[in-house]
Design a protein around this ligand. Structure first.
Ligand SMILES: Cc1ncc(COP(=O)(O)O)c(C=O)c1O
Length: 389
């Protein structure tokens, strides 16, 4: 008999909600026009495009003209940082400031800018994974171009204090960007409330399709283009817009926002249950996700190397063999054997960092899944772990 697989990796990606698929289907065939065409087919596509843009803008308190559709979170992050660098409104601004727990889409973009002659400063986090706004104050300078601080971290779920950081950044006249890929649709987010000039979003984290996202660009902010081509997206992102993906993104956002409160409560319950069960079942378990000011759908745990020695990679593989799909860090780094830069930034030793499992829950996770996953995790640690000394 095949083991029932339990998916606890919703932070990596989510399945498409059937309601989202339904919203997308007409745009693959019956309403297939190019939104730039002036005939009726084009106008229909354009109406769907602009309707979707209005919806997404509305959910974050933005104007529709401030939303640019992109291919996802990675492109939005790149477009924000590179776009700020290439805008050229103030060539004296040469410093980029990011937190040490950014997603690689920001971290590696900052490193790429460094190669181009910009100064990159990486702001540390405390042992719980929070950016102290005073650290940002110490980092920013008169020549800071842009500061990028992730809203909710994709590995441990910590939610940063954006409005306070925004005020500090703006005192220096720099731009403020946030990667809101993980927080959007899960916790309240508004562009005015967070004080950002730029914000990145992605559909596939909220039961929407892969390959579509958005960048919020506050009115008046000058951003250079990442791509060159046609005049789509008000000259800010050329290329024929993918109406099926955009319509799916808008529908996914609509459902996420509608169900946010109830779902957050349910996920918080599952998260607490998982914590309790892990503490009961798993020897040496410690948590990297704080129990407050963090996303309700992420619980990141490690096996403390001073209590139990265990091979982190073998742990993930054993969990997978037993039908539990989790990851040790971000999806991008899980294939590369690199210990998570986020867990390291919390001050964990290398062995503990490697013995890390990120559980992330979602719309289709049940209490039964939680009980089963924690029992299997406990069994594997008992079987393969070694008490040091
Ligand atoms: C915080 C964060 N930013 C950016 C991305 C990249 O988004 P996308 O997969 O849409 O390119 C991800 C996805 O893993 C993420 O979690």
């Amino acid at each position: 008999m095949e083991t029932k697989r339990i998916y606890l990796d919703y932070t990596a990606t989510t399945p498409l909600d059937p309601r989202v698929l339904e919203a997308m289907l007409p745009y693959f065939n019956s309403t297939f026009g190019n939104a730039s065409s002036i005939h009726s087919f084009g106008r229909e596509a354009k109406a769907a495009l602009e309707g979707s843009r209005e919806k997404i803008a509305g959910f974050i308190g933005a104007r529709p003209s401030e939303i640019v559709f992109t291919s996802g979170g990675t492109e939005s992050d790149n477009a924000a940082l590179f776009g700020a660098a290439s805008a050229g409104s103030d060539r004296r601004r040469k410093q980029v400031v990011v937190s040490s727990i950014e997603h690689h889409a920001v971290l590696h973009t900052a490193a790429a800018l460094q190669e181009l002659g910009f100064d990159a400063t990486f702001v540390p986090v405390d042992r719980r994974g929070f950016v102290d706004p005073e650290e940002v104050r110490r980092a920013v300078r008169d020549d800071t171009l842009i500061v990028s601080i992730i809203h909710a971290n994709n590995e441990i779920g910590t939610i940063q204090n954006l409005p306070v950081i925004a005020a500090i950044v703006h005192e220096k006249g720099a731009l403020f960007h946030t990667d809101a890929v993980q927080s959007f649709g899960k916790i309240p987010f508004s562009v005015a409330g967070s004080g950002v000039d730029l914000a990145s979003f992605s559909a596939h984290k909220i039961y929407g399709p892969k390959g579509i996202g958005a960048l919020f660009i506050k009115r008046g902010i000058e951003i250079g283009p990442t791509f060159h081509g046609g005049s789509q997206e008000r000259n800010r992102r050329p290329g024929t817009e993918s109406i099926p993906l955009i319509a799916g993104f808008a529908r996914a956002a609509e459902i996420a926002v509608e169900e946010m409160e109830i779902e957050a409560r349910r996920l918080t319950g599952l998260n607490k249950m998982m914590r309790k069960n892990l503490l009961k079942n798993v020897q040496g378990v410690i948590f990297n996700s704080p129990d407050q000011d963090a996303l309700p759908n992420i619980l990141n745990a490690s096996i403390d190397s001073s209590k139990v020695e265990i091979d982190g990679e073998a742990l993930i593989i054993s969990l997978d063999l037993e039908g539990i799909a989790v990851t040790s860090g971000s999806a991008c780094s899980s294939g590369s054997l690199q210990p998570s830069h986020v867990i390291k930034a919390l001050g964990r030793d290398d062995a503990t960092t490697k013995a890390t499992v990120r559980f992330s829950f979602g719309r289709f996770t049940t209490e039964e899944d939680i009980v089963k996953a924690s029992e299997i995790f406990g069994k594997i640690v008992a079987r393969t772990g070694k008490v040091p000394g």
